[in-house]
Design a protein around this ligand. Structure first.
Ligand code: PHE
Length: 450
């Protein structure tokens, strides 16, 4: 057999491999759910959360220091079973997050975790009562300055056994006294109601104490993170509690902070559903949990304008941050953007689904054909754009949506804005990227350029 010639080595790569995924020492056979692209696989081992001078790692450390008595875990392996990510936590079979357009699947049984809550049951099972678990999480999404298919969450929780719950009133009094001394305005008109009830198996007095402890603990964390900066402007910090729904907590809340003239959503939380603790063999315990997005918080605290910067390996980015400190990011340069529009016809009889829409498809066996009609999903389009252009694409925006009055055919026009974080892009380079996107969407999504 001859050695391959250099030409053969340089020939274009073959069609995406249909080899099973081999990750963390395991082999995952492919099936119709498998949708893990190479760009995502290449992000798996970046370890941003443990890089000592990375802003996400610094923020993680600051939160861990605040909850000094909690056990801190950085969970390395993002592969979880679909059961762990969804079923065990009570997500219904038709929850939109389960769609192949919204999550990354190795196959129908395994996926990349879409939230850190996927580790709740196993962590409670290990016997820990007060812990923080940080990890990279993966979701298929739109493309803009605050969305990236990989981001980082921290799950935090505190549970107590029945006998320990009697200590909560005293703990709460102490936390309330500490908070009373902070320039903090807490807006909370939430109520326990049929839409956000205590759990039937809980003594309402205990549930009220747990809820109180959750609120005090998070208000105090938020003041630790945002209070210093807000105070320097002379105004007290404003925090708002709103009723929420999660299948694995009740009552449930979302917490927002008033920042830069708008309410910024920080986290979701609630009283842990007893079923979660039952599954973990900890039926005698109850308590609270929260989940927060580290990028969202880091972007505003450090003034980082684009989520792609967290992935930068440029020393001009990384050298700006110091452990234990939150400092203002100084942009080293904003390189010029270059936008290109792409107009196309969807295949006939297509239903279009926009990113973030609840109609992303239903539960088991989601395919791109529903009721005999092909589905155009914006997340699929964005994924191809990311596959081709990686971090060189800044935003993808729908700028025109049109249905032909006679033929009823649908057309769309997306504006792809290209900009590098580290250098200027040439027009030729951008044209070549746009060309490749065009070829791939035509062949993979059955659309027709206008
Ligand atoms: N996992 C939820 C999310 O990603 C957040 C959450 C965590 C809510 C823990 C309640 C309790 O949105």
């Amino acid at each position: 057999m001859p050695y391959p010639t250099s030409t053969a080595l340089r020939s274009p790569p073959a069609a995406p491999s249909r080899e099973p995924y081999k990750l963390y020492g395991q082999t995952y056979p492919l099936d119709t759910h498998s949708n893990l692209p190479p760009t995502i696989i290449s992000k798996l081992d970046r370890g941003l959360l443990t890089h000592p001078s990375h802003p996400l790692s610094i923020l993680r450390q600051i939160i861990q220091d605040h909850f000094a008595s909690a056990t801190s875990i950085v969970h390395p392996n993002p592969v979880v079973s679909v059961f762990q990510n969804f079923d065990e936590l009570g997500f219904p079979a038709d929850h939109p997050g389960r769609a192949v357009t919204d999550s990354y699947y190795l196959n129908k049984d395994y996926m990349l975790r879409a939230h850190t809550s996927a580790h709740e049951v196993e962590t409670y099972r290990s016997g820990l009562d007060h812990w923080l678990l940080s990890a990279d999480v993966y979701r298929r999404d739109e493309i803009d300055a605050s969305h990236y298919p990989v981001f980082h969450q921290m799950e935090g929780t505190h549970v107590w056994s029945e006998s320990e719950l009697d200590a909560l009133p005293a703990l709460n009094a102490k936390l309330a006294a500490d908070l009373a001394g902070c320039p903090l305005v807490i807006e909370d008109t939430t109520q326990i109601s049929p839409s956000n009830p205590y759990q039937p198996s809980h003594d309402p007095r205990h549930a009220a104490q747990i809820t109180q402890h959750l609120k005090h603990s998070l208000n105090s964390l938020i003041f630790r993170l945002f209070g210093g900066v807000a105070q320097s402007g002379g105004e007290p910090l404003r925090v708002r509690w709103i009723e929420a729904f999660f299948p694995f907590t009740t009552p449930s809340y979302e917490v927002e902070v008033w920042w830069g003239g708008e309410w910024l959503e920080l986290l979701g939380c609630g009283v842990v559903m007893q079923k979660t603790l039952d599954l973990a063999g900890q039926s005698h315990k109850s308590g609270w949990a929260f989940g927060l997005g580290l990028e969202r918080i880091a972007m505003v605290l450090y003034n980082i304008p684009d989520i792609r910067l967290f992935w930068s390996t440029d020393a001009r980015f990384l050298s700006q941050f110091k452990p234990g400190q939150i400092t203002q990011f100084k942009p080293y340069s904003k390189y010029p953007p270059c936008h290109k529009d792409m107009s196309f016809w969807l295949p006939e009889a297509t239903v279009a689904v926009e990113a973030g829409s609840e109609a992303g498809g239903a539960g088991e066996g989601v395919t791109k054909v529903e009721a005999g009609r092909r589905v155009f999903h914006e997340n699929d389009y964005c994924e191809i754009v990311r596959e081709v252009a990686g971090d060189l694409v800044e935003t993808v925006t729908l700028i025109d949506d049109f249905t032909h009055p006679k033929s009823k055919r649908q057309s769309k026009c997306y504006r792809l804005n290209y900009r590098s974080m580290d250098r200027s892009l040439s027009n030729e380079e951008v044209n070549a990227l746009q060309d490749q996107v065009q070829k791939r969407v035509v062949s993979e999504m059955g659309i027709e350029m206008r």
